[in-house]
Structure formats: C-alpha cells, structure tokens
Design a protein around this ligand. Structure first.
Ligand code: ADP
Ligand code: ASP
Ligand code: MG
Length: 542
C-alpha cells in the first residue's frame, strides 16, 4: 500500500531490481511518495546531476497541483521493450513535477507495415498480409513479455494485443474479398499500431508502480471526416478531454493516449496524417490548456538541418512558432506540419527532446522565439516533389490562367508547396507532392484542353524528380544577401537552381533543384550559413 492507502501494483523481478519512486499527485498539491526498501531510485540517477534547465521542463518552478504537461513519444522512442523502459523512466521522473498526459505513436515501422498490409489487401495478396500481422503479433507480444512482470496483467495485455491484431486481419480480409480499400478502412488499419502501443506503455508504467490508463483517442479527439488528414474540432474535443482526462489527472492516474487517430462526431475512426501523433499531442495540450507540450523523439531537438543529411547540424536552443512551422511544412520530419496550429492562440511552449539523451536541453518552440536570434535559423529539404510548368508562347491569352490552374490542383488535392511565376501571366511553375503530380498534370490538361487545342507546343510539363531546399529564419527579413549567399553556395558545387520562391514574409527562401542534388545543396548551404562566421547566421549554432 502506498501512503494513501491505495494498492500499489506489485514489483516483480529480482529483489534488488532497479525500480522507481511511486508518486501520487493530488488535487491539493501534496506529493506522496513511497519507495520499496531495497529499491534504487532510477529517476534520481537519471536526472541527478542535471543543470536547472534540463528537460524536467518546468522543474522547481511549477506548482505540481496545477501544472500539466502533455508528453508525446514517437515511434523510435517506443520502438522495443528497452526503449519503452526509457520512456517509463522519463515519465516516472516527470510525474514528480507535474501532472502528465502521455501520447504514444506506434512502434517504429509498424504504421508502414500496416499501410502495406492495407495496400496488399486491395491487391489481393493474402500471403503478405498474413505474414505482416504474424510479425506484428510476435513483436508486440514479445515486448509485453519483457515489460510486464505480473503474469495476470501480461496475459490481459497479450489478449488485448490479439484482439487488435485480429481486428486488423478481419479488416484486411474484407478488403481482400471486395478488392476495394475504402478511406475509412485504410484509416482503421493504419491506426492499429497506436492502439497496440498505448496499452503496452500503460502496462509498463503499471509494472513500475504508476497508475496509468490506456485510452483510445476516438474517445477524445473529435475530427471532421477527411480520412487520412482529418482536422480536429476543438470545442467538442475540449469537452471530451475535460470529461474523460481531467478526472483521471485529479486521481493521479496517467492517461496514455493513442496518437495519430481521432473520430468523427458520429464515432467513425479517422487519422490525422502521417506523423500525426505530434498533432495529437498539441491538440490535447490545447484542449487541456497544458503548461507545455514535450515531443520526445530520437534527436536532440530541432537542428539546423536534418542530421541524417547534414552531419554537422547543431541543435537550436529556441525557435519561434513560425520558424518551426515553416521547417515542418518544408519537410523537417521532427515536427508534424500542423502541430503548432492548435497552440497559436494560447502560446503554449513546445519542447523537442531526445528520449535517448533526456539530460540534454532540447529545443524550445515559443510564439516569438529567442529575442537575439537573427538571420538564417535552419535549412530543410523535401525530396519527393515534382515541378509542373504551365505556360509557353501558346498560353498567351488563356483567360484566368492562375485561378483555373490552382482550382484544378486543389480539386485533385495536390497541395502546392511553392509557386514561381515569370514576369507575365503566361508562365507559372509550381511544386506539388510527387505522388499526386501525374494526376494533377492530367487534370490540368483536361482543364486547358479547349484553350490549347490549336497549339502545337506542349504547355503543361512535368519534371518528376526535383527537390525543394528551404532556408528558414524569421529575422532574415531585412538582412540583405541571403539569396545570393545561398545561390553562390550551390553554384560552387555546380548545382543548377531550377526555380526560386521568396515569400513576402521573408521567413523562408525556397529553391528547386534536381533531386540528385538535394543532399549536396543542403550540405553546401549549411556550410555557408553555419560553418563560417556569417552575419546572416544566428550565431548560436557553433
Ligand atoms: P518520431 O518517430 O519521434 O516522431 P520522426 O522520425 O518523425 O520521429 O522525426 C524525427 C526525425 O526528424 C529525426 O530523426 C531527423 O532525421 C528528422 N529531421 C528532419 N529535419 C530535422 C531537423 N531540422 N531537426 C531535427 N530532426 C530533423
Ligand atoms: N504512427 C504514425 C506514423 O507513423 C503517426 C506518428 O508516428 O506520428 O505516421
Ligand atoms: Mg514523427
């Protein structure tokens, strides 16, 4: 029993097994702790020698009775049992300082495999589908065995895993029979990963003595019916979160919520788009008016470029909402592109921190960023884009060229990532996601068929293999020379710029290059802005 007289889940394993302090936070602000006599407190070990600003965010300056953090753990962070153990440590430590709502992604790679199962079901490939689900079953049950010490609890979670896997198999079987994958079925299949990981994480916490409850976000996040890219309805979401989560928080129970998914007001499951668990976290943060949202991932924060592409990239201590949103929009996977939207009004800060190095400070994303930051903040790139050009001599006189072009791309749901227009209305080129490019070109050719019927020149052309490099920094505004520095850096590497767009906000400059030049362009521009002492760089990166 803990000091409050509640039953504490028993600790399995060897007598000297490292465990963590049990914490109960109460409405009156009291913190009650109990520590098994022979236990070593890993929470203390983990964070013992950290500087004050270490990512026990808000440490020592928040009232535990009122402060609330939403903490989201991405796919790599919950990738296997060892990773989940780390996550548990972080949650146990943070729970000493504030109330927590935890949001989890699917284990890494799981959503890709589920999407593959959905696609192969439509193709009728029963064998592949069976093998994917067998593999997922084994993976999740193995993690349950390793994380959950009570046999009874372990059996309960394994049964739950089995039920969810069988639900997936049935959905795929239906798809195989019909040879049709509806958007609704695709969402139901691709979101199974979060529904598998949330009970695992909650059970792992319970195994370490923390009261936690896995909750499916269909109970919390109300969305429109735009399957695959659903938008939250915040008022309804707020009401559900207050009704379902607040009572748990008041009782010291940590809700572990499935990221990525929600449901329409009628209860039909939807998903928020790939990488959408970040969005789930900020939706819940806004709905509950949390003090901060912490995105735990596999890098040290927002870096000056994707470290997978630029080895010398540095962590940015603080960045503004606009800068982070631009980076996310232009391909920085570290944050979902819509994640900051729910927070715009409240200004709740978001931290990006490393699950595998929680002692590092991470990046703080705030409405205005750091006061002293100037010039270029970071670089990013998107590789899977295509460039469409509508124009040429024969297009002269085509009425309402721009209006009709973009109404047509919108109708096929091809988001336009960048537009560059020549000096007259007669030539416009723009970039769209590669997957939708051919469809967009076909639709444009249909739209302009009549106008172009007598012309021999091809007016609508597609370059399917390009990339966009984007230079981001709010304070680039008014700093001369950034375009030329970027172009010079690329030209030194003999890289040809196909198009360029500079927004009037001057928060970003985007350049289109051949896809094979993407990495070299990023490295060259990074060298230009961050390796040298440059009046345009933010100075904090080296
Ligand atoms: P999670 O599974 O935790 O959601 P993601 O894979 O979605 O993690 O996002 C983290 C990845 O984002 C990093 O591993 C990194 O390769 C990539 N990334 C791209 N651009 C940046 C950037 N500017 N700063 C940090 N990481 C970036
Ligand atoms: N699991 C989902 C994906 O892989 C959502 C997420 O991880 O944020 O896209
Ligand atoms: Mg992600």
């Amino acid at each position: 029993m803990d000091p409050l007289g509640k039953t504490v889940p028993s600790f399995g394993g060897p007598a000297k097994r490292i465990t963590s302090r049990l914490v109960r936070l109460h409405g009156d602000g009291r913190t009650h702790t109990s520590l098994p006599e022979d236990a070593v407190n890993t929470s203390d070990i983990l964070f013992e020698d950290l500087p004050e600003h270490a990512p026990i965010h808000g440490r020592n300056h928040k009232n535990a009775s009122t402060s609330l953090r939403v903490m989201k753990f991405g796919g790599t962070s919950v990738g296997d049992a060892d990773c989940i153990e780390r996550v548990v440590e972080i949650i146990l430590s943070s729970s000493r300082e504030s109330n927590l709502v935890v949001v989890v992604s699917a284990m890494s790679g799981v959503t890709n495999r589920l999407t593959e199962a959905a696609t192969q079901s439509e193709a009728g490939d029963r064998e592949t589908v069976t093998s994917i689900f067998d593999c997922l079953r084994k993976q999740h049950k193995a993690a349950a065995v390793s994380l959950i010490h009570s046999v009874e609890e372990r059996n309960r979670i394994c049964l739950q895993i089995e039920e969810i896997i069988q639900e997936g198999e049935h959905l795929c079987l239906g798809t195989i029979l019909l040879r049709e994958l509806t958007l609704r079925a695709r969402d139901a299949i691709s979101s199974l990963g979060e529904r598998l990981s949330a009970p695992l994480v909650a059970a792992a916490l319970a195994s370490r003595g923390m009261e936690a409850e896995a909750i499916e976000a269909t109970e919390l996040v109300v969305t429109d019916s735009n399957h695959g890219a659903a938008e939250p309805q915040m008022e309804a979401t707020r009401r559900l979160c207050e009704g379902r989560l607040r009572p748990l928080l008041q009782r010291g129970i940590v809700p572990v919520v499935t990221g990525f998914l929600g449901a329409t007001a009628e209860g039909v499951l939807t998903t928020l788009g790939r990488g959408g668990s970040d969005y789930s976290a900020t939706i819940l943060g806004a709905a509950l008016e949390a003090n901060e949202v912490i995105i735990w991932t596999d890098v040290d924060g927002v870096l000056t470029a994707d470290p997978r592409l630029v080895s010398g990239a540095n962590t940015i201590p603080e960045i503004s909402y606009s800068e982070a949103a631009e980076l996310a929009f232009f391909g920085a996977k570290v944050l979902h592109q819509k994640a900051l939207r729910p927070l715009m009004r409240s200004g709740i800060p978001v931290w990006i921190c490393n699950t595998f190095a929680p002692e590092r400070r991470g990046t703080k994303i705030t409405p205005s960023g750091s006061q002293n930051s100037g010039g270029v903040k970071a670089l990013t790139a998107i590789g899977d884009v295509a460039m469409i050009t509508v124009g040429g001599p024969g297009i002269m006189g085509v009425r309402d060229l721009l209006g009709r072009t973009f109404t047509t791309t919108a109708a096929v749901r091809a988001d336009v990532l960048l537009i560059s227009q020549s000096s007259s209305q007669n030539n416009v080129c723009f970039a769209v996601p590669a997957a939708l490019a051919e469809c967009a070109v076909d639709a444009l050719r249909r739209e302009f068929a009549k106008d172009l019927a007598d012309e021999e020149v091809e007016h609508i052309t597609l370059n399917p293999i390009v990339a966009i490099i984007t230079v981001v920094g709010e304070n680039m505004r008014g700093t001369p020379g950034i375009v030329s520095l970027t172009c010079n850096a690329l030209s030194r590497e003999n890289i040809n710029v196909l198009a360029i767009a500079l927004g009037s906000s001057e928060c970003n400059i985007s350049l289109v290059v051949a896809r094979e030049d993407m990495k070299a362009s990023l490295v060259a521009a990074h060298e230009e802005f961050f390796a040298k002492v440059c009046p345009c760089s933010n100075g904090s990166s080296r």
